[in-house]
Design a protein around this ligand. Structure first.
Ligand code: HEM
Length: 128
């Protein structure tokens, strides 16, 4: 049987890396992470409804360094995804679609998500 070489679809390795591409991938990843984080939130609420002992256990796990790391990541994920959603909202009005504008919005999303996460953790966790 003769094997004909067929054209390949473009794939990740042949695209030039761009910040907008990274933001698109991160938007999907944070969407998935938000599901996991929300499940953790539900677990905490369920433990609180269950009684003092389960709540103390969940609080101890969430309060450990690993738990705090996960919750910090969840906070960032929520902010990044929400700002990404607002970016889509702006695009729905056919605004900020020019090259340069798209990149600026992508960097602004990333920067704002980091600043907002640090702000929330500073106000509600680190300095109370
Ligand atoms: C816990 C809350 C949330 C969860 C679990 C969640 C989850 C997801 C998931 C899994 C996707 C699909 C990603 C993909 O297939 O590429 C998605 C897409 C999207 N999300 Fe969320 N999301 C949440 C909150 C939000 C919020 C607050 C906003 C807006 C402020 C938002 C705006 C969007 C938009 C616009 C898309 C579509 C993006 C596209 O078309 O590429 N989401 N979300």
């Amino acid at each position: 049987m003769t094997v004909r070489s067929r054209p390949l679809s473009p794939h990740l390795q042949i695209y030039r890396f761009t910040i907008t591409m990274a933001m698109s991938i991160i938007h999907r990843a944070t969407g998935i992470a938000n599901y996991v984080g929300t499940a953790l939130l539900v677990l905490w609420l369920a433990a609180a409804a269950w009684g003092a002992e389960p709540l103390n256990l969940v609080n101890a796990i969430y309060g450990s360094w690993f738990g705090q790391l996960v919750l910090f990541g969840y906070t960032w994920s929520l902010f990044h995804h929400m700002l990404g959603g607002l970016r889509h909202f702006v695009w729905d009005f056919a605004e900020m679609m020019e090259p340069g504008q798209r990149e600026a919005m992508a960097w602004a999303t990333l920067a704002a998500s980091i600043v907002l996460t640090l702000l929330v953790w500073t106000v509600f966790v680190w300095v109370r």
